[in-house]
Ligand binder design. Structure first.
Ligand SMILES: Nc1ncnc2c1ncn2[C@@H]1O[C@H](COP(=O)(O)OP(=O)(O)OP(=O)(O)O)[C@@H](O)[C@H]1O
Ligand SMILES: [Zn+2]
Length: 576
C-alpha cells in the first residue's frame, strides 16, 4: 500500500535513461555494433522503457472510429491515434473554472488552446464535438472569498461565472454544448457517492464525511502520472482511514453553506463533481477529457478512480489532454490568482485583440509552457499584419490595381498544394499549430516574392486565379481556428505602442546620424558635430518628454531600447 499524498512525480529517471539510451545508440552506430544498435532501439521505445524503470503505462486501446489525428494521451504517455466512440461526434469533458475571482490570461490560454483543437477536430477532421463543462460554484475558495466580501457564496459564484462567460465570448471561445454547475447536480452527486460506497470503494464516518478508500483500488491508482510510491502515512487530525484517502463529501462546518445528505449536512468534494457531471451526460464512456497540466494530479487521477469504481469499468476516459501553463516572461511560476502575478482577460483586451492572443497561442504546442510578454504579443500582432497585408496586395493584384511582372503561377500552384498537405499533416500530428502557422507564413513569403516583381507597364499575362486560390485558402485556415482577417481593427492602446516603437526607431536614426564621424579632418569633425548638435538636443528633449509619460528610452552605443512601467503587473515591460 502507498500514500498518494506523498507521491512524487519522478521524470528524472526517465530523462537520464533516455539520454543514456540515445548515447548508447549513437556509440553503437559509430562503432557499427549491430547488436548494440538493436538493443538500444528497442529500449528507446517508450513502453519498454517505462517497463524497465517500473513506470507502468496504462490505457486500453479504444474501439470506434479513427479521426485521423494522433494525439498525445497522458494515460499512455505517447501519441496515439485518436479513436472516438461515434462516427459523427466525440464526447469531451472539460474541467471548468472555480468561479471566485476574475479570470486571467492563464485561464484564457488553456481554454483558447482547447477551443482551437475543438475547431480543428470539427472543421478539419469532420468530428462534431459534444462538450460538457463543469462549473465549480461551491468550494473552500468561494466560501472564503464570499465571507471576505460579505456576500453569499451563491451571489459571488454567480457574478464570476457570468464574467467568465463574457470573457470567453470576448476571446471567441465557443461555448460548450452545455455548462453544468455543481450546485445544480447535488442529488446526482449524492447518488454517485452512494454507488461508489455500494461498490466497496468509499466509506462514511461518524463526523459525516465520506472518503474514497484508495486501498480498494490496489495498483490501479496512478494511471496518469508516473509515480514513485511513498510510505503509507498515518491520518493526522482526521477521520480518514488512511492519509491518502480523499473526500467525496465534506461535513458542513458551522456557518457554511450545506445540503442535506444520507451522511448529514455537507457539500461535495472537488473531484467528485467532474466525475458525476461527465457521467450524467456521457455515462461510463468518455472520449476526451481536458484541463491544464496542474489538474492531472490529483484531480484527474481521482476522477478516474471514482468513475471506474462507480461504473465498474476498466477504462472510463480514453484520452486525457493537458495544456501547458502560461508564465509571465522570465518567471518560474504559472500566472495565478494566488500568486498575484496575473493580468485579467479584460485588461489584456484593452491593449490586444482576441485574434492576436489566438495567434500567440498557436505559435507553440498546446502542451508547451508559454511565456507572456508585451514583446511576444507584438510579434503575434506583427505576424497578423503580414498576413493581412499579403491578402490586401493579392486582392489588389487580382483587381488589376497592383501591376506585376510575369508571375510563376506553376510555382505558386505547387506551393499552395504543398502547403495544404503540410498544414493538414501538422494538424493531424497532435494539433501541431506552430508547424501549420509556419507552413502558411512560408506560402505568404512565396506569394509576396512574386507580387514584389512590380512594374509600371500594364499588359502582359496575368495570373489572378492562383492568388484568388491562395487568399481563399489562407482566409479559410484562419477562420477555422477562430481568427478573422476581416475588420482588422487596431485598438488605440496598441496603436500607441506601435507608434512609440516607430518613434524610437526614427530617433535612433537621427541620433546615429548626429554622432557619425565621417569628416576627413579633426576641424571638419568638430564643425560637423556643432552643426548636428541641435539634432542631438532634439533627441534628448524627446527622451525627457516621453519619460514624463512613463516611457523610458535608454541609449546604448549603437542602439536604443525603451520600456514602460506596466501598471498591470507592476513590472517593467520591454518595448523593443
Ligand atoms: N497560468 C495558467 N496557465 C495555463 N492554464 C491555467 C493557468 N492557471 C489556471 N489554468 C487552467 O485554467 C483552468 C481553470 O482553472 P481554475 O479555475 O481551477 O483556476 P486555478 O488553477 O485555481 O487558477 P489560480 O491558480 O489562478 O487560482 C484549469 O484547467 C487550469 O489548469
Ligand atoms: Zn475537473
Amino acid at each position: 500500500m502507498f500514500n498518494p499524498n506523498e507521491l512524487q512525480v519522478d521524470t528524472s529517471y526517465y530523462t537520464y535513461l533516455m539520454d543514456g539510451m540515445v548515447a548508447l545508440l549513437w556509440y553503437c552506430i559509430r562503432r557499427q555494433c549491430h547488436l548494440g544498435m538493436q538493443v538500444s532501439f528497442v529500449l528507446l521505445r517508450g513502453d519498454v522503457l517505462c517497463a524497465c524503470i517500473g513506470v507502468q503505462t496504462y490505457g486500453v486501446s479504444p474501439e470506434g472510429h479513427d479521426t485521423g489525428v494522433r494525439v498525445y494521451n497522458s494515460l499512455t504517455r505517447r501519441k496515439d491515434p485518436l479513436i472516438v466512440g461515434r462516427a459523427d461526434a466525440a464526447s469531451w469533458y472539460s474541467c471548468g473554472p472555480t468561479v471566485y475571482d476574475h479570470a486571467h490570461l492563464g485561464h484564457a490560454c488553456s481554454y483558447v488552446r482547447f477551443d482551437i483543437i475543438r475547431r480543428i477536430l470539427t472543421r478539419v477532421f469532420g468530428y462534431n464535438v459534444i462538450m460538457v463543462m463543469g462549473i465549480t460554484d461551491v468550494d473552500d475558495k468561494i466560501i472564503h472569498r464570499a465571507s471576505e466580501m460579505n456576500m453569499s457564496p451563491a451571489s459571488l459564484a454567480n457574478l464570476y461565472e457570468e464574467e467568465f462567460k463574457q470573457d470567453m465570448a470576448a476571446l471567441k471561445v465557443l461555448p460548450p454544448t452545455v455548462y453544468v454547475r455543481v450546485t445544480e447536480t447535488i442529488p446526482q452527486i449524492i447518488s454517485f457517492i452512494e454507488g461508489i460506497i455500494a461498490n466497496g470503494h468509499a466509506y462514511s464516518t461518524a463526523q459525516g464525511n465520506v472518503y474514497f478508500d484508495l486501498q480498494s483500488r490496489g495498483d490501479k491508482y496512478g494511471k496518469l502520472v508516473g509515480v514513485v510510491p511513498g510510505p503509507l502515512g498515518e491520518p493526522v487530525d482526521s477521520d480518514k482511514r488512511h492519509a491518502s484517502d480523499f473526500a467525496l463529501w465534506k461535513a458542513a462546518k458551522p456557518q457554511e453553506v450545506f445540503w442535506a445528505s444520507p451522511w448529514g449536512k455537507g457539500r461535495p468534494g472537488w473531484h467528485i463533481e467532474c466525475s458525476t457531471i461527465s457521467s450524467l451526460v456521457f455515462g461510463s464512456q468518455l472520449d476526451i477529457h481536458s484541463g491544464g497540466v496542474d489538474l492531472a494530479f490529483p484531480h484527474h487521477e481521482n476522477e478516474i478512480a471514482q468513475c471506474e469504481a462507480f461504473h465498474q469499468c476498466k477504462q472510463w476516459g480514453n484520452y486525457f489532454l493537458h495544456s501547458g501553463h502560461l508564465h509571465v516572461k522570465g518567471k518560474e511560476e504559472k500566472m495565478s490568482k494566488s500568486l498575484k502575478n496575473y493580468i485579467t482577460i479584460k485588461d489584456f483586451l484593452k491593449t490586444f485583440s482576441p485574434d492576436v492572443f489566438r495567434l500567440f497561442c498557436m505559435r507553440s504546442s498546446y502542451r508547451a509552457a508559454i511565456d507572456y510578454s508585451d514583446g511576444t504579443m507584438l510579434e503575434a500582432k506583427h505576424l497578423l499584419l503580414v498576413v493581412a497585408a499579403f491578402v490586401e496586395d493579392a486582392r489588389a493584384y487580382m483587381k488589376g490595381q497592383l501591376v506585376c511582372g510575369p508571375i510563376r503561377d506553376d510555382v505558386l500552384w505547387e506551393r499552395l498544394c504543398h502547403t495544404q498537405e503540410a498544414v493538414k499533416a501538422a494538424l493531424a500530428d497532435d494539433f501541431n499549430t506552430p508547424a501549420a502557422v509556419d507552413a502558411i507564413m512560408d506560402l505568404i513569403h512565396h506569394g509576396n516574392r512574386q507580387l514584389k516583381a512590380r512594374t509600371k507597364e500594364p499588359g502582359g499575362p496575368r495570373s489572378p486565379a492562383v492568388f484568388g486560390s491562395i487568399v481563399s485558402y489562407i482566409k479559410q485556415f484562419f477562420e477555422t481556428v477562430g481568427i478573422s482577417l476581416a475588420d482588422r481593427q487596431v485598438c488605440p492602446a496598441l496603436l500607441v505602442l506601435l507608434v512609440v516603437e516607430e518613434l524610437v526607431r526614427f530617433r535612433l536614426k537621427v541620433r546615429l546620424f548626429a554622432l557619425a564621424t565621417e569628416a576627413a579632418t579633426r576641424e571638419a569633425g568638430r564643425q560637423q558635430f556643432l552643426d548636428r548638435r541641435p539634432l542631438l538636443e532634439a533627441c534628448d528633449t524627446l527622451r525627457q518628454d516621453l519619460a514624463a509619460h512613463g516611457i523610458s528610452i535608454k541609449d546604448r552605443s549603437s542602439t536604443s531600447t525603451w520600456e514602460l512601467l506596466d501598471h498591470r503587473t507592476q513590472d517593467h515591460k520591454p518595448g523593443s
